[in-house]
Design a protein around this ligand. Sequence first.
Ligand code: FES
Ligand SMILES: [Fe+2]
Length: 359
Amino acid sequence: MFVKNCWYVAAWDHEVLADTLLARTIVGESVLVYRKADGTPVAIDNRCAHRHAPLSLGRKEGDAVRCLYHGLKYGSDGRCTEIPGQETIPDKLCVRSYPALERGRWIWVWMGDPARADEALIPDAFSLKHAEWRYKPGYLHYDADHLLICDNLLDFSHLSYVHEKTLGGSPNIAEARPSVQRLARGVHVTREVRNTVPAPYHARLGGFSGQVNRRFAYDFLVPGVLLMHAHVKPADSADDDMSGALQFHSCQALTPETATTTHYFFMQAHRFRLDDATITESIYQSLCTAFEEDRRIIEAQQRLIAASPPRPMQPIAADLALSQYRRVVEQLMEAERVSIVQPPAPRTPGTVASTAATR
Ligand code: FES
Ligand SMILES: [Fe+2]
């Protein structure tokens, strides 16, 4: 049902402080996320091997965590190291550990075969930590299948209708045909919208009086990570003249909680008026308003789909990117099914493989 051999965003960095024991369900598994004393993140099964109490209700002890039901203690590798009143510790008394890394301001967890965890597969969300960009972090919880949200992000024609009064402003966005390029682990989408009215929030931020050109260019990568450069600039400026442009870079990550619920981590960074915190706040608020517009229609869509007998959806040309992305997901899931038959490569505990980058 999910691609497992990939990095999922488990949390923003500020959600996991030195003493936090964060329980977060990812692809149906309750995962405990915390930090070792040196700050490196740890992800282990949240369910105590003894009587299945949540370790998130336990206590951190150095790099270990103690279950506060009957006192079993687990190391950051998931091995039980102490059973009060018992000398021997059976090997079976352990919880699963997941490769975890912090990159930018996101904590990423590998939910598949640990032997295949490859750092180079972490998408390059560079603006999460970059001196030339500013943003405020956001999170939404969705009562919807993450693929419905992927569909939404892979087709910006909806900006003209769902976001008519916020991010859109004109049917021109839906009328501009995007170019779609398939990648090894996702798709790349580019949409140019020329000679259009500015979106209401761009008009406020950029003070545009006439028509504008808009450009969206993004990678959308498994398991649902959007990395987008976007800009808006006066329509009468030269194509290579960015002096009057509002430039944005957006990082968004969908992490399935269950088959029908999703974590949505998002931000939209700006590269203008960097020292004006009111601009950062205003962009964040505009995004929150717009993303509530998405959530309203997608959750309603999910409810209707769940309540009705299954029937096929009818494709249109605008579905090209989302169809290709769903194909990539199906192929990766199929490859995982096949690889389960093969024994995994041996792995040294605590290591994460690193190879050449693959988008
Ligand atoms: S349930 Fe955790 S120690 Fe018993
Ligand atoms: Fe949207």
